[in-house]
Design a protein. Structure first.
Length: 117
């Protein structure tokens, strides 16, 4: 059973930075693509960034390009989201996910990010 645990959320002022982590337990080898979604109050969950198993292919939402960086350390079974130049509109609960197959996606429990103006 794969379990994902996010950490690193918190309160930060606009223009600041945070780094989210997503730890993977239950597997010692993790060859699957992963990524981050976020959900703001009253809004649908939206994709933020994704990364393939090797880390060589990444994709970003237009709203975060140039400000956020997704990465992973497979030796540590951990994925990261470095967020810089944060804006109040980045305020949301951030969820990491792992795609074990096209029909099997695992989710973390979410971590709150709040950006004050």
């Amino acid at each position: 059973q794969v379990q994902l645990v996010e950490s690193g959320g918190g309160l930060v002022q606009a223009g600041g930075s945070l780094r989210l982590s997503c730890g993977i337990s239950g597997r010692t080898f993790n060859p699957w693509p992963m990524g981050w979604f976020r959900q703001a109050p009253g809004q649908e969950r939206e994709s933020v960034a994704s990364i393939n198993w090797s880390g060589g292919i990444t994709n970003y939402a237009d709203s975060v390009k140039g400000r956020f960086t997704i990465s992973r350390d497979n030796a540590k079974n951990t994925m990261y989201l470095q967020m810089s130049s944060l804006k109040p509109e980045d305020t949301a609960v951030y969820y990491c996910y792992l795609d074990r197959s096209s029909s099997q996606r695992y989710w973390g429990q979410g971590t709150q990010v709040t950006v004050s103006s």
